[in-house]
Design a protein around this ligand. Structure first.
Ligand SMILES: Nc1ncnc2c1ncn2[C@@H]1O[C@H](COP(=O)(O)OP(=O)(O)OP(=O)(O)O)[C@@H](O)[C@H]1O
Length: 327
């Protein structure tokens, strides 16, 4: 079977409230798949169901070849999990945390020791192996949790908000480990995030989840195509009647309230040199050039009318102008 995760119409209800409203998706082996959505969208609930910690109300899911309800023990043997909340023993050292986890999975002797050394080196914590976890920064703890989750060589790794609360440098570091796991071990990774840059950096495919439903799915590029084209903004030294430039690569031209010209093009990077030539031919002087490419933030705004505000989000004003232009 080429799918590492197969989900059909999965539902989780808490009393009258439906936290997950019938989601369906497939994740191929060796793929990084991201669930992107705002807080409360149902991401953690889905991860908890797929990792057999929570029983679905209805629907079906197969993880690493086994049904999550019928064969939870088989699923658990084949998956690794890094939860949103730290689950390390803070009083123990990094090494001891690894040792206990390895023994739970039946690893022992030199095999276990070699794996611990390899993984602690992989996440660059080997020199801190004998330090108690309570002395670790948030980033070090997250790295240790990742190393621990890999001890039993899982087929599928679940990461619930892997970089939440970490500084940008540490986040980038964790992204590198995640990419390395995919490349070196062809591991299937299911991650949840509310950071758009994280989904874009890491995921082969992204499902956008909102209010318990998947509202769009595809590669970052495919999702951005849902919103539309690139827009180039020009401030020109020219009378208004000459400002709207016509060319076959310009889909639409509008003059904004501040006098700038907004040109809708398929690909701003390709259009810009041609545009410069055209303007030069007309003898018009360019005072300022900016351009905007649709981001995942625009996709969120387009699909839900809301955006997820975070450090990865782009200037919301640019998106607002784009939306107005499209009316
Ligand atoms: N045990 C529970 N009982 C009742 N409602 C719950 C329970 N657990 C979660 N919910 C609700 O289900 C919805 C989805 O929660 P979930 O934690 O899956 O969202 P999320 O997308 O992971 O967000 P976050 O990243 O903030 O955890 C939320 O509205 C939440 O309040």
């Amino acid at each position: 079977m080429s799918e590492a995760i197969l989900v059909e119409n999965l539902v989780k209800r808490y009393g009258d409230f439906e936290a997950v409203k019938g989601v369906s998706f497939k994740v191929k082996r060796g793929e990084i798949f991201a669930f992107l959505g705002p807080n409360g969208a149902g991401k953690t609930t889905t991860v908890h169901m797929l990792t057999t910690l929570l029983r679905p109300t209805s629907g079906r899911a197969v993880v690493a070849g086994h049904d999550i309800v019928e064969e939870p023990v088989e699923v658990r043997k084949r998956i690794g999990i890094v939860f949103q909340d730290p689950s390390l023993d803070r009083e123990l050292t990094a090494y001891e945390n690894m040792l206990i986890h390895g023994r739970i999975y039946g690893l022992k002797g030199s095999e276990l020791k070699e794996k611990i050394e390899h993984l602690l080196k992989f996440v660059e914590l080997w020199e801190f192996k004998d330090k108690p976890v309570k002395t670790f920064s948030g980033g070090m703890q997250r790295r240790l949790e990742i190393a621990r989750s890999l001890l039993h060589e899982p087929e599928v790794l679940f990461l619930d908000e892997p970089t939440i609360g970490l500084d940008p440098q540490t986040r980038a570091h964790i992204w590198d480990y995640i990419k390395a796991m995919k490349e070196e071990h062809n591991m299937t990774i299911f991650l949840t995030t509310h950071y758009m840059d994280e989904a874009e950096q890491l995921a082969d495919r992204i499902a956008i989840i909102d209010h318990g439903k998947i509202i769009a799915e595809g590669t970052a590029e495919e999702l951005k195509k849902l919103v539309g084209n690139d827009v180039i903004y020009l401030k020109l030294e020219a009378p208004e009647e000459l400002r709207c430039i016509k060319a076959e690569f310009i889909r639409e031209c509008k003059i904004l309230a501040d006098g700038r010209v907004a040109l809708e093009v398929e690909n701003a990077a390709e259009a810009l040199p041609r545009l410069f030539e055209l303007v030069a031919e007309k003898g018009i002087k360019i005072l300022e050039v900016t351009y905007h490419r649709p981001t995942l933030n625009d996709v969120l705004l387009h699909l839900t009318g809301r955006e997820i505000r975070d450090e990865g989000a782009e200037n919301p004003m640019a998106a607002f102008v784009r939306m107005r232009m499209r009316r």
